[in-house]
Unconditional design. Structure first.
Length: 548
């Protein structure tokens, strides 16, 4: 029998029926992500223990239900099984296999993540002890010298968008054991603390004893915690490879800086304004707070000398001053709260706002997205259809007008003034002046009918973000890319065109797309764990060409 291998991007479809013909891929403990797997989907009930013992994983599986993936050139990969298998339901079971080679016999720390799938992990036939939960499930297991067989048995559940990732903690990581006490020396149980580096601030939840242990990349950090009344920042901490640091923090500081941002003359509050705490010597930004709906801000500063600064809509720096002098806040152990540090600035809003509701004829008060067109017409994407407001009257379009009976999740206007409507489960509509021009679905080449984002590149091609990848519509033909091409987990949340680059945000990661080439962007975090900050919903460029 001749073994045939078909290549489709990074996805290799193995044409075989017997275990002897399926090569289990080999990973190394030198890599922190296990990114080579052979995956099979079964439709029948399995005797798991018998299967694990025999290692005859694939003898009864149809060749179309076996996928072998080598994504070793990417660092942070979520394997989104629903993007490579057409149908997933509660009758399915996934057998996910790989080998890991270790240079020595040693105990390793693993991090496992899974969504919409209950999992069991077997290493060399022995069941690993997984904690309860879905994300960042940490467990340790002994690996023998040489090749070690990893088998994940996954049972789909939930919405059946099953996905997983397995990572190996780098043995060079340092470790911080944090304990936070309130001002009365009782544990800050189930409270929160943050770790701050030069570029990142990330929060974690303490346990019942007010404690938390985290492995972390060597570097320079500060730790912060607050109970709403008292807070504390640590001094600068420097951590070396393999260093273990125990840090006890007592919340005994009450030196917050508070104030408001309002409009000159009217005194109207300015919500959403960024107020930055600036090192008065280096002029570096240490921390940024955002004003609430009442224009108020609160900042908890560490010991040191600080200024306050905001940026107006023209990107001009406005420091907090009195009588023309920039105010310096000197924070020491004995400092008290600094209140009523109020900014008055010109209005940051370029227009006035009215109110349009169902009483004016709209289909719903619940908006998914809104759009102001090139002709200054307002489009409202609602749960019940499309409402269009020209400043005087509202016109509505729904299933009676031929639109799908489905919530509209995204709305976009292209360069030719066509309106594109993305639906939650019913595909993509091209629309103009009340007429449906095209209705695109999976039957026309879309990878999914779940549309989450739409944009247009500089060549006029329409870019569609779906739950199963990015699709480019050119000359009425779709070209699609998913997680196997390096686009995060493949669930495209947002698309932003900046110059010739197309920035793509996913549920787990960021990538740049340019002329068919995809470059994943590694988002620097403290360790190898998954982080909610990798769920990218909005991408913008500021006046200084920084990408946010």
């Amino acid at each position: 029998m001749i073994k045939k291998i078909f290549f489709l991007g990074n996805l290799v479809l193995m044409s075989n029926f017997f275990c002897s013909q399926v090569q289990i891929p080999l990973n190394s403990t030198d890599k922190t992500s296990v990114n080579k797997w052979t995956i099979a989907k079964f439709n029948d009930s399995l005797d798991i223990q018998k299967l694990i013992e025999s290692e005859d994983y694939f003898s009864s599986v149809n060749k179309d239900e076996i996928k072998s993936l080598n994504l070793s050139k990417f660092n942070n990969v979520t394997f989104s099984l629903y993007q490579i298998f057409e149908e997933i339901n509660f009758n399915n079971t996934f057998i996910i296999t790989s080998n890991i080679e270790s240079k020595t016999e040693s105990k390793y720390s693993f991090i496992y993540n899974n969504v919409d799938m209950s999992s069991e992990i077997y290493i060399n036939g022995e069941k690993a002890l997984l904690p309860d939960g879905l994300w960042n499930l940490k467990f340790e297991h002994l690996l023998k010298k040489g090749k070690n067989r990893i088998v994940i048995v996954g049972k789909p559940n939930g919405s059946y968008k099953s996905s997983f990732s397995l990572k190996i903690n780098d043995k060079k990581l340092a470790k911080i054991k944090v304990k936070v006490l309130k001002e009365n020396l009782n544990p800050h149980n189930n409270g929160y603390f943050a770790i701050k580096s030069e570029k990142l601030l990330q929060f974690f939840q303490l346990d019942e004893k007010g404690e938390y242990e985290i492995s972390i990349n060597p570097g320079h950090y500060r730790i912060y915690s607050s109970n709403g009344e008292y807070y504390k920042w640590t001094e600068n901490l420097s951590l070396l490879e393999n260093e273990i640091l125990k840090k006890e923090i007592i919340l005994d500081q009450k030196s917050e800086i508070t104030g408001t941002v309002s409009t000159i003359g009217s005194g109207n509050p300015h919500p959403g304004i960024k107020v930055s705490l600036i090192d008065s010597k280096t002029k570096n930004v240490f921390f940024t707070s955002t004003t609430n709906s009442s224009g108020k801000f609160i900042i908890d500063p560490p010991f040191g000398n600080w200024n306050l600064k905001i940026n107006d809509k023209n990107n001009k720096d406005i420091y907090y001053e009195k009588n023309g002098d920039v105010i310096e806040f000197k924070i020491t152990r004995n400092s008290s709260s600094a209140k009523n540090n109020n900014f008055e600035i010109p209005t940051q809003v370029n227009t006035s706002w009215g109110k349009v509701t169902m009483f004016d004829g709209m289909l719903s008060n619940s908006m998914q997205k809104t759009l102001i067109s090139k002709k200054d017409i307002l489009y409202f994407a609602t749960f019940n259809g499309l409402s269009v407001y020209d400043g005087l009257t509202v016109k509505n379009y729904n299933y009676v007008s031929g639109l799908p009976s489905d919530p509209i999740s995204i709305i976009f206007e292209d360069k030719d003034e066509y309106i594109w409507l993305g639906f939650r489960t019913k595909g993509l509509i091209q629309w103009k002046d009340g007429e449906i021009i095209n209705h695109f679905t999976k039957e026309h080449g879309l990878p999914s009918n779940i549309i989450a984002s739409i944009n247009q590149d500089n060549d006029g091609n329409i870019l569609i973000g779906t739950s199963k990848g990015l699709s480019v519509l050119k000359n009425k033909k779709f070209t699609s890319y998913n997680f196997t091409n390096g686009i995060g987990d493949g669930y495209i949340r947002c698309i932003t065109v900046i110059g010739n680059n197309i920035w793509i945000g996913t549920s787990n990661g960021l990538a740049i797309f340019n002329e068919g080439i995809i470059k994943p962007i590694d988002i620097e975090i403290f360790n190898n764990e998954n982080w909610n900050g990798r769920n990218i919903n909005v991408i913008k460029k500021d006046h200084q060409n920084n990408i946010w």
